[in-house]
Design a protein around this ligand. Structure first.
Ligand code: NAP
Length: 294
């Protein structure tokens, strides 16, 4: 069995890595905040003191960090993982980053004689825990075949999309739909709330209706409870919409709904809610409508 390295144990990375440990893989981990590794170490993972040391101890290295700047920071500094790579290893990045950020890492990894693979994911933290994420994969087909048994421990839907950066573009495109869906639901829910309907019933019925996509189902309870503990933060969704809008500019695609939703998220961030779940869009519409929950 290949020795696995894992860098990034946040809301998504932690349960994904835990599934590999539980599946019996020999896993070495590093995370900026060491305490977040406690549960995976308890299940059998080993700790390394830097991304470089993780790379030295493993054959296949996974990264799952917040954004492209951080992806570069864990890779390209003195103690970054690139310094620990030896020819023949595989690096798999599962974070959501832009094509440009991905290509930069790709070059550094290939210069070491290693293969880079992109595998951003669709799904929530609950799906990460359940091992039922969707994995959008691009890179060499032969590398994909090697990685497939590992991907199957984290997701139950794998999509091979091409030999280069295809997965990055589709992941961003899907996130524009997730964000705009939450903005649409926010408006619909507040309309019903102001008209006197029960918010729990409203979110449940929406989840079960013709527009009840997976994201409406995952977020029904969050919106109804109005607590917005972060499964996916406003900050990260703003990052994704910025990357998608930059790609839209590059390819000449007008993305009206995405632009409006990005501005709503900016309002959430500017009013101290950047670390809340992005479903907080409902709270923003409530405020704009002068509606206060009892
Ligand atoms: P998160 O909970 O914020 O975790 C971010 C990770 O990046 C943590 O391991 C964090 O370390 C690390 N990090 C942040 N700043 C760092 C720095 N300066 N140096 C080193 N490490 C740093 O994010 P997440 O929700 O797990 O998301 C991870 C990726 O998956 C993102 O690209 C996101 O867009 C994507 N994604 C998220 C979801 C979701 O539902 N959450 C779904 C699909 C895809 P610390 O623990 O030390 O902070």
């Amino acid at each position: 069995m290949a020795r696995i390295g894992w860098i990034g144990l946040g809301n998504m990375g932690n349960p994904m890595c835990l599934n590999l440990v539980k599946a019996g893989y020999d896993v070495t981990v590093w995370n900026r905040t060491k305490s977040k590794a406690d549960n995976v170490i308890k299940e059998g993972a080993s700790w390394a003191d830097s991304p470089r040391k993780v790379a030295e101890k493993t054959d296949i290295l996974f990264t799952m960090v917040a954004d492209g700047t951080i992806l570069n920071a864990v890779a390209l500094v003195d103690d970054g993982y690139v310094a620990g790579l030896k020819a023949g290893k595989i690096v798999v990045d599962m974070s959501t980053v832009s094509v440009e950020e991905s290509m930069k890492i790709n070059s550094a990894v290939e210069e070491c004689g290693c293969k880079m693979f992109r595998a951003p994911v669709t799904g929530s933290t609950a799906l990460a825990q359940a091992g039922t994420l969707g994995i959008l994969a691009s890179g060499e087909r032969e590398v994909y075949e090697k990685l497939l048994p590992i991907f199957e421990k984290m997701g139950n839907k794998q999509f091979y999309l091409g030999a280069a950066e295809e997965a990055r573009v589709l992941k961003l495109a899907i996130n524009t739909m997730i964000a705009t869906t939450m903005q649409m639901e926010a408006e619909a829910v507040v309309l019903c709330e102001k008209a006197g309907l029960n918010v729990k019933q409203v979110t449940d019925v929406i989840a079960d209706s013709a527009v009840g996509s997976s994201i409406c189902k995952y977020k029904a309870a969050t919106i109804a409870e109005g607590v917005y503990k972060p499964a996916f933060s406003v900050k990260l969704m703003m990052k994704d919409l910025d990357l998608a809008l930059a790609a839209a500019k590059q390819y000449g695609v007008p993305m009206l709904s995405t632009s409006v939703t990005r501005q709503q998220l900016a309002s959430a961030s500017a009013t101290g809610r950047a670390e809340k779940d992005f479903a907080i869009l409902t709270q923003l519409v409530e405020e704009a409508a002068g509606y206060e929950r009892m």
